[in-house]
Design a protein around this ligand. Structure first.
Ligand code: ING
Length: 332
């Protein structure tokens, strides 16, 4: 197990040296071997810098192909993993086990075949021995199920991926209680609270986020704000450390935002990437910092689930509840 050379660990109660392993563009025709070699290089850098956990992006093995409507079924199938681990990613798993480093890996998962086939946008948590400790399938699958010629930017995840069916699980791994999210999930408040209600101290996520939204140009100047804001709020409101890792750069004609970062339970961004390429962002987090904020927002003492029923019972906007309906809701 590599020990960190940093003196700061001596004064931290529960230090965990971790890294966001940001990736630059992955070409549409990139081979798995070439991509995995990049991941292994980042993992070896992480070991040299005393890391015990590395967070790779969403869909870290392939280009972000949901930017296209691809009719060639063979090409689509080639973007998916039917087994995990498998021969292509074995160098990554073997290196991680040899170096004693756990990692988050986002990839495209295919389960079954023929009529029963299901495809998910998936992330796994692998422990320091190279074993899969947890799996999550993206719940918030954004964009459109079919090509929409009216849109300047196609984002066809629903065409390729089913909604995640594993809920929002947490996993005890590397001395921490860890939750996993994927990209668009970070923009919704509910996943964070569900993870925190299970005791999550650290949430890992990868993302592929366009730097500009040509169909929503007024948001373009706010893309970094809209990326950080929900995660900073979630970290503070739930007493969590957050590691968010980008697939960044000019990928197949699309500028993907960087901004990989580590966010403390205070809501402060304590580390942020400075390139749009493969970059290792290392930080030593003190997991004990979550305690103060989990006490400040003592769920058991202050939360009132009976008052929040609409959040889990209603999907879209509905009619206001009148006084009688509220009284009834609060009683039952
Ligand atoms: N990407 C986007 C995100 O939340 C998105 C979702 C982008 C939706 C562009 C529509 C248009 O950053 C992913 N991968 O969720």
């Amino acid at each position: 197990m590599p020990t960190s050379p940093f003196k700061t660990e001596a004064i931290l109660e529960r230090p965990l040296t971790l890294a966001a392993a940001q990736l630059g563009p992955i070409a549409r025709d990139a081979t798995r071997a070439a991509v995995v070699a990049r991941l292994v290089a980042l993992l070896e850098q992480a070991a040299a810098r005393g890391c015990r956990l590395v967070v790779f992006p969403e869909m870290a093995l392939t280009t972000f192909f949901p930017r296209w409507h691809i009719d060639d079924e063979d090409e689509v199938t080639a973007f998916f993993e039917t087994d995990m681990p498998n021969a292509a990613v074995a160098p990554l798993f073997d290196s991680a086990a040899r170096l004693g480093i756990g990692f988050y890996l986002g990839y495209c998962e295919q389960v079954g075949s023929g009529e029963g086939r299901r495809r998910y946008n998936t992330a796994i948590l692998v422990d320091a021995a190279g074993n899969i400790a947890g799996k999550y399938r993206k719940v918030h699958v954004p964009g459109n199920p079919v090509y929409d010629p009216a849109l300047k930017l196609q984002h066809l995840e629903p065409w390729y991926f089913a909604d995640g069916d594993l809920g929002f699980p947490v996993f005890d791994c590397l001395g921490a209680r860890i939750g996993l999210l994927i990209c668009n999930d970070r923009r919704w408040p509910e996943p964070w609270r569900v993870l925190a209600l299970q005791g999550a101290e650290l949430v890992l996520l990868g993302y592929n986020s366009p730097a500009q939204l040509p169909d929503n140009p007024r948001q373009n100047a706010l893309r970094t704000e809209h990326h950080q804001l929900p995660m900073r709020a979630a970290a503070y409101q739930n007493g969590l450390w957050v590691v968010a890792t980008a697939k960044a750069g000019h990928e197949e004609g699309c500028d993907m935002m960087g901004g990989s970062c580590v966010i403390a339970p205070s809501g402060e961004v304590v580390a942020i990437s400075s390139t749009l390429g493969d970059e290792l962002l290392v930080y030593t987090a003190d997991l004990a910092l979550t305690v103060e904020y989990k006490k400040f927002f003592d769920f058991a003492q202050y939360r009132r689930p009976v008052a929040y029923r609409l959040i889990s019972e209603r999907q879209g906007v509905g009619e206001p509840l009148d006084r009688a309906a509220w009284q009834k809701s609060l009683e039952t």
